[in-house]
Ligand binder design. Sequence first.
Ligand code: ADQ
Length: 459
Amino acid sequence: MGRLIVVSNRVPLPAKDGSPPAGGLAVALQAALKERGGIWMGWSGKTSAEAEPGPLAIEERDAITYALTDLTATDVEEYYHGFANRVLWPLCHYRMDLAEYGRKEMAGYFRVNRFFAHRLAPLIKPDDVIWIHDYHLIPLAAELRQMGFSNRIGFFLHIPWPPADLVVMMPAHQEIVRGLAYCDLVGFQTDYDLQNFAGYLRREEIGDEVGPGRFRSHGRMFRAAAYPISIETAAFAAFAGKAMASSMVRKAQQSVEGRDLIIGVDRLDYSKGITQRLEAFERFVVTNPGYQNKVTFLQVTPKSRSEVPEYEQMQKMVAEQAGRINGAIGTVDWVPIRYINRSIGRNLLAGLYRLASVGYVTPLRDGMNLVAKEYVAAQDPEKPGVLVLSRFAGAARELKGALLVNPYDTEGTANALAKALSMPLAERKERWRAMMDHLLAHDVAAWCQGFLDDLTAGA
Ligand code: ADQ
């Protein structure tokens, strides 16, 4: 296989001090790039004041070439905030009610994808393998093909692919989906996403499955399959064990004062079901008075996308809701919900997962949800906690040892919290072992290798 070229909206440039990147995905892709030599291209996150952004900024680190482009303010507004985050994100999370489709934004989305293709073109060698990531860049493969590139091109969608009935609500759905047919391999998080994609092609009569995982659409043949993303399981487990010695984690442990800790960790996003989660926690305490003053629910939620109005409103709503619940069920010596509105370091995060008796992960819709996997990996094998997991997270397709809940069912979720907190140790161990064994065998390195093997097979 030739060099690997990864393209994603944002690029995790390694820190100058050599400290590792925060996410497992960045670690896995950087390892793959290092092994084969390669390029990681994407938006620098900077807005250019010029009508045409300057040349690519190239940085070489550890045998990887990082190629970063600025975008104009109009590009950022239309492509990123406009179409990617206000049409594709809500649509793929089953929230067409929040989508704000506009032709100007869609044109901006295609324009920036074409711009990415033109920026990337001079860097591509004939045997390079190109791996495109996520919903920001769905049309990129088609743009590259139009420029004459016949390299192997793979695409991985990190968010869900919804059923046909939803996809067709997006006015430009056929033009968007067309981009995928120009790839050699399209990866989804779960078998459900793959089925939805196949169903959409059939329903719209724009393609069909000609064999298992083999599709024909827009006059092209390509493959599609599920590749559930994962974490660096063994490394994260070791890290969590060590984190217990840190003074921050010890302080956190003292502050809980022997109560059971329930932990929720999410970017502030309407797809994560945070308000439903708080409500179910309140219901749990009210219907299980024995747990009053015996549990602390810690919700850690850094702001995200605050330039989009729904996110701004949500931030206010969640803070108010946590305050109202604390006022209603708290006592002078007990604050039931602790709500932290910012990002925390990986060390503290890993330690908090390990301290927590319950990992409370209840998105309304999620491509995978890596928090669920991190929580499992961080547990002490001798006294593991219990994962309460939404059936609507992609992770629910794999983590069968979790207590699966429907986050729209407040009573059901409250009951699951009660069940988790009273679960006998033997059952906790048995459930955890099954999940941990799965995650050790299916870590992010295996995910990366599996996708690249399939992409390059037969090349
Ligand atoms: P996200 O929607 O960002 O990712 P998720 O998979 O849960 O969701 O990943 C979040 C990451 O951020 C985790 O590694 C978590 O530890 C970290 N994080 C969250 N809150 C934090 C905090 N307060 N402090 C520090 N770290 C925090 C998208 C899709 C997911 C899919 C991933 C990967 O929406 O469904 O799992 O991509 O494909």
